[in-house]
Each structure stands twice: as structure tokens, then as C-alpha cells.
Design a protein around this ligand. Structure first.
Ligand SMILES: O=C[C@H](O)COP(=O)(O)O
Length: 256
């Protein structure tokens, strides 16, 4: 049986940074357009998504965040359509303002319809927050179920507050493992992010994560705000991912 592959999603905040990602294109799988100064899943301008789509190799999918969205299903559906029309094929929604699972389903059903009516092969990602308890939104472990109920393709966790705390500070590896299990049970991809560092890759690989999302760890000085993405840090991060994948494969399918 082929081992599942962990994909690397990197989030530039501008066309200039996307060009740095393009220099490291062989080391990454998905380029994720966001605007970090508008929030952890802050949405960028449609023309930035389009320019980034044009700037990176055609075989690298572009993802775009629709924002840390309010509970306003029509507004969010229209924003999601803007992202897919601009060339993104992974549409990520940060469910910041949804306080109940039913609200999430209502918002995400609208997004799925808006996106897939325009481009059936685009993937819709419902993103909750590992630190949901700090902002009063839906519990991380509820996300896979509501993502599945609303027809999404992936369930994701990121952190809402970028204060140096990390994914595993809020949702420990065994609970992230349960998140991944629930996502897979619902036929979804599982994406995890939140100030992830290279030292987290062992656990993320072990639990079967499909996509790891990173910004700070590949910016100079580890600073997601003041630092800029560095191609050599992307390459080094990828090398660590590959090392963990090899080690994990050796444990799961020992030879000899
Ligand atoms: O989707 C991934 C995020 O951009 C992660 O950013 P971060 O690694 O700085 O928390």
C-alpha cells in the first residue's frame, strides 16, 4: 500500500513573496494567497490572487483564503466566488464568526455551491481554529463533521491568534490525530497549520496529516509579519518533511 504523502502549503502575502516561492517551487506543493495583516486567514485582493497564479508554475495549485469570516453566508459565498474566479483552486474559509456547527454548515454550503458552480474541480477547505476557545468559535473536533455535511473537500485547523503559541499548544498531537481520523472517515483531506515548526513534522507525519500549512517557519527570523519567505528555508523545511516521511515509511513497512 502506498503511504499517504504530506503536502506542503506555503502562504506568501504578496506577488513579490510568491516569486520567492516560485524559486523554491520544487520544494512545495500549494501556494496559498493570504493577507496576514487582515487576520490569520485574511483575504487578499482578487488581482493579487490572479498575479500570483500567473507568477508561479502552472502545475502548482493556488489556494486563497476568503478571510476570518463572519456568520454571513451570502457575503462569504460571494467572496469565495471571487477567489475561484481569480484563479485559486483551493478555497479556504476561516470560520471565525460561526459559533455553532449549524452556522458553519450554512456558511460552507453556500461556499461549496458558489465555488463548484463555477469550477467543479476546485477544492473547498473549511478551516476552524485550534485556539477556538480564545475566540468563541466552533470546537476543533467538530470541524470535520460539519465540513463533510456541507460538501467540503478538506477540514483544516489554523491558529486564530498569532502570538507565538502553536497548533500543538492548543490541540495536542493525539487530538490532532483524532481530527485527521474524523476527516478521513468523512472522505476529507486533513490540513493542519498554526505556527508549525520543523520539530512538529514528526507528529504531523505520524498522524497522517495530508497538508501542512506554513508561513512563519519559512520566513526570515521565523517572523511571519516582519520577515519575508526565504527559498532556502522552504527547501530546508521540505528536507525535514521528506526525512520524516522516510523514517515513518521504514517503521510502517520495515524491510528485511
Ligand atoms: O495556512 C497556513 C498559515 O499561513 C500558517 O502560518 P503560520 O505558520 O505563520 O502560522
Amino acid at each position: 500500500m502506498k503511504e499517504p504523502t504530506l503536502l506542503l502549503l506555503i502562504s506568501p502575502d504578496s506577488v513579490e513573496e510568491a516569486l520567492d516561492c516560485a524559486k523554491a517551487a520544487e520544494h512545495l506543493d500549494i501556494v496559498d494567497v493570504k493577507k496576514p495583516d487582515e487576520g490569520s486567514l485574511g483575504a487578499n485582493y482578487p488581482w493579487v490572487i490572479r498575479e500570483i497564479r500567473d507568477a508561479i508554475p502552472a502545475d502548482k495549485p493556488v489556494s486563497a483564503t476568503v478571510g476570518d469570516v463572519p456568520y454571513k453566508p451570502g457575503t462569504v459565498a460571494q467572496a469565495a466566488l471571487g477567489a475561484v474566479v481569480s484563479g485559486a483552486t483551493y478555497i479556504k474559509v476561516g470560520l471565525y464568526g460561526c459559533t455553532t456547527p449549524d452556522q458553519v454548515v450554512e456558511v460552507m454550503r453556500g461556499v461549496v455551491r458558489a465555488v463548484k458552480d463555477h469550477r467543479p474541480d476546485a477544492l473547498v477547505v473549511a478551516s476552524g481554529y485550534a485556539d477556538a476557545h480564545r475566540i468563541g468559535c466552533v470546537n476543533p473536533l467538530a470541524i470535520p463533521g460539519v465540513a463533510q455535511r456541507s460538501g467540503c473537500d478538506a477540514a483544516m485547523l489554523d491558529t486564530a491568534v498569532k502570538d507565538g503559541t502553536r497548533l500543538f499548544d492548543h490541540v495536542p498531537p493525539d487530538v490532532c490525530g483524532e481530527f485527521v481520523r474524523l476527516a478521513h472517515e468523512g472522505g476529507l483531506l486533513a490540513a493542519l497549520a498554526g505556527s508549525v515548526k520543523a520539530e512538529d513534522l514528526g507528529a504531523l507525519t505520524r498522524i497522517g496529516t495530508d497538508i501542512v500549512g506554513v508561513r512563519g517557519a519559512v520566513c526570515e527570523g521565523g517572523d511571519r509579519n516582519a520577515g519575508r519567505i526565504q527559498p532556502h528555508l522552504v527547501a530546508a523545511f521540505r528536507a525535514e518533511m521528506d526525512r520524516h516521511a522516510r523514517e515513518h515509511a521504514a517503521v510502517v513497512t520495515p524491510t528485511g
